[in-house]
Structure formats: C-alpha cells, structure tokens
Design a protein around this ligand. Sequence first.
Ligand SMILES: C[S@@+](CC[C@H](N)C(=O)[O-])C[C@H]1O[C@@H](n2cnc3c(N)ncnc32)[C@H](O)[C@@H]1O
Length: 233
Amino acid sequence: MRARFHRHTRRAFQSLRLPERPRILEAGCGRGTVTFELARLSQGTILGLDIDGLALQALQRTIEDQQLGERVEVHKLSLLDAPEHLDAPEHLDAPEHLAPFDPPFDPPFDPPFDLIWAEGVLHLLKLPAALAACHSLLKDEAFLVLCEAQTWLKTNLSVFEAAGFVLHERFDWPPGAWWDEYFEPLQARIRRLKREGGANLSELKPYEEQLASARAHPEDLECLHAVFQKQPT
Ligand SMILES: C[S@@+](CC[C@H](N)C(=O)[O-])C[C@H]1O[C@@H](n2cnc3c(N)ncnc32)[C@H](O)[C@@H]1O
C-alpha cells in the first residue's frame, strides 16, 4: 500500500535539475520501497544507507533479482557517521539489536553527490548532525529531498537554514492522503479478517497499534516532499 505514495516521490523528483546520470545517496533506504522508484526515475547510481541489517538483506536480494547491482549499492551505515568517518570501517559495526549485514562492496562514501533523498528518516535523527552530514556529502547547489510531516518541517525550517540549505520547492500531499489511501483500507482489512475469523490476532496487533497512533496524532499524517538546495560554500 505504501507504493501508492510513489506519485509524490515522482513529482518531487521531476522538479529537480540533475545531470543525466546523477549520483544519488538515499538515507534510510530500509527495504527499498523508494530506492527502486529512484532507480526507475533516474539513469544514475544510488547508494542506499540504513542501520537496519535485516531490511538491507531483503533489499540486497531484490537488487540482485532485478539485476540492478550495477546502479544500486546498499551499505549498513548511519547517515550520522558520514562526514567525520569516511575512512573508518569500524563504524560499520552493527548495534547489538540489529542483524549483521555484510555488503558485497568496499565501503562506501564517495562524495560529492548530486542528490540526497530521505523519506521518513530525518525526524528520527539529531537534525543538526544529520544536516551537517548531508551538507558535507553534497555538491554546491545540489539537492536534499525529504518526506516528512508538514508540522515537523514548520518546526524545523530554521535548522535547515542554519545548516546552509534553502527551501527550493515544497509539494504538500493532499489532505487526508495517509488516512484515505493507507489507514482506511488497513482498518477495513483488519475488520474483515476479524469478522471472517481465523486471523492470528497477535499478527494484527502491530497494525492496530499503527492505527491507534494515527488516530491519536492526525497532524503527523499530513505530509509533504520538500526540496532543499545546498547554498554554495
Ligand atoms: C520510516 S523508515 C523509512 C524507510 C524508507 N525511506 C521508506 O520511506 O519506506 C525509516 C528508516 O530510517 C532508518 N534509519 C534510522 N536511523 C538511521 C540512521 N542514523 N542512518 C540511516 N538510516 C537510519 C531506519 O532503519 C528505517 O529503515
């Protein structure tokens, strides 16, 4: 169902002025929902970073299935480790609770990039440190595109400005998009499964928790893609 929102990703991507084969870094690529959309949209190369080894294992399998290995690489690395530790492989160590992931490549950063893409990630990080990392990895006037809640961006806009990014363009999703296109169908599916019986209730629990959180914080569901541009240094 998440893929329904790719049209917003496409709209933001198509607004960019990029080289023919851009070098893209995707922060927090997870299992690659957005990664493959970026691969479809561009002729360039994509370096995906995430700290979740299990998600990266799944993503790596799909990269191989789709024979995209020439253009898409993934590494188990925190965006926050990026600028200061470019030559320090010990920073690839997994936090205890995460599965190991052995990338089939040498590590990894080779800045500067033409574009950093970060959907649903920056709100999880210490923003000044994350933006310092992005700044150090991008060419001058290159783009940082994020997808977050509109309220989050309003609160944090000054942090972007202080970090040397200007808001170039924003694409607000239609009001209620998450509810109408994701949570409503999810709720209907859960009700149907329960009505029909035989559903494993413990498997449904995480989805019910998602629904409860969505009902409790409707403001977090109003999202946007924001395109920032790095000011020349
Ligand atoms: C909400 S998910 C979004 C995944 C994907 N971008 C999407 O839109 O489907 C957030 C992702 O950020 C990753 N993440 C969290 N902290 C990170 C960090 N410091 N560096 C890189 N990725 C991180 C998580 O492991 C998770 O895969």
